[in-house]
Design a protein around this ligand. Structure first.
Ligand SMILES: Nc1ncnc2c1ncn2[C@@H]1O[C@H](COP(=O)(O)OP(=O)(O)OP(=O)(O)O)[C@@H](O)[C@H]1O
Ligand SMILES: [Mg+2]
Length: 243
């Protein structure tokens, strides 16, 4: 599914930290577009600005210069309160280290997130469905410590999807996993982009993921040095050129 208008339009965005001689320019003049239903992959060396860009799009930080439009909303112009609401209602995050609540089961972790946007009883059902969808229907009542790394990350994906986010932002989601398990997690994310209107964005060090991306964005020293659409993306964990 690819919508016509860009869903997220990052335009001339800069982000610097500090002042004077210690000033660090993390991003400079970055312009990219992300679309619903697309699987976008951001690559680049350590320190190139990948997480900074993801945090800006996710409303966890504000740009020093430039504009970030999400749908009709200029998020750089939102008040703190409005930005909190944006993060809570429209953005799902998946991080390297899962960040699950240890004393809640898989289902409870997901239901808690779902309950932000729907009544509690409905949230329990939605949590079960989502965990089923990420292949964890048989792990609903397990606590995080009773799950493998890949299973925990799939719970984190289900949790991020629970609020039906417009944007799913993933910062090295397979970074802590062995390659087989990491591939399963990335396949799940690609599948999400293919089957929903969510714009899925993955930051990765995995060079091979570029071939599977609908859009590949490469950063170098805070600038976009490559940005291309791939009309025949490989299916992760499957055959090439499908979709
Ligand atoms: N809050 C901050 N204060 C000061 N400098 C920062 C801050 N956040 C990021 N930086 C700097 O901005 C640059 C880009 O950092 P960023 O975390 O975006 O890189 P990255 O591409 O995600 O790297 P990695 O692959 O190691 O995660 C780095 O030089 C970093 O030190
Ligand atoms: Mg990073």
């Amino acid at each position: 599914m690819v919508t016509e208008a860009p869903f997220v339009a990052v335009d001339g965005v800069g982000r610097s930290f500090g002042e004077g001689p210690t000033r660090v320019v993390a991003l400079a003049e970055v312009s990219v577009e992300l679309r619903g239903g697309e699987f976008s992959v951001i690559v680049g060396a350590s320190g190139s600005g990948k997480s900074t860009l993801l945090n800006l799009v996710g409303g966890m930080d504000r740009p020093s210069t430039g504009s970030i439009r999400v749908g009709e909303t200029e998020i750089a112009a939102l008040t703190d309160r409005e930005l909190t609401r944006y993060r809570r209602e429209r953005v799902g995050f998946v991080f390297q280290f899962y960040n699950l609540i240890q004393n809640l089961t898989a289902r409870e972790n997901v239901a808690l997130a779902a309950s932000l946007v729907m009544p509690g009883r409905e949230a329990d059902d939605v949590a079960g469905d989502l965990l089923e969808r990420v292949g964890l229907g048989h792990r609903l009542d397990r606590f995080p410590r009773q799950l493998s790394g890949g299973e925990m990350q799939r719970v984190a994906i289900a949790r991020a999807l629970a609020k039906r986010p417009a944007l799913l932002l993933c910062d090295e989601p397979s970074g802590a996993l062995d390659s087989t398990t990491g591939t399963q997690v990335l396949a799940q994310l690609q599948e999400t982009a293919r089957t929903t209107d969510t714009a899925v964005v993955v930051v990765t060090h995995d060079r091979e993921l570029g071939a599977a991306a609908d859009r590949l964005i490469r950063l170098h020293d805070g600038r976009v040095v490559e940005n291309r659409r791939n009309d025949r993306p490989a299916t992760i964990g499957g055959k090439a050129g499908a979709g």
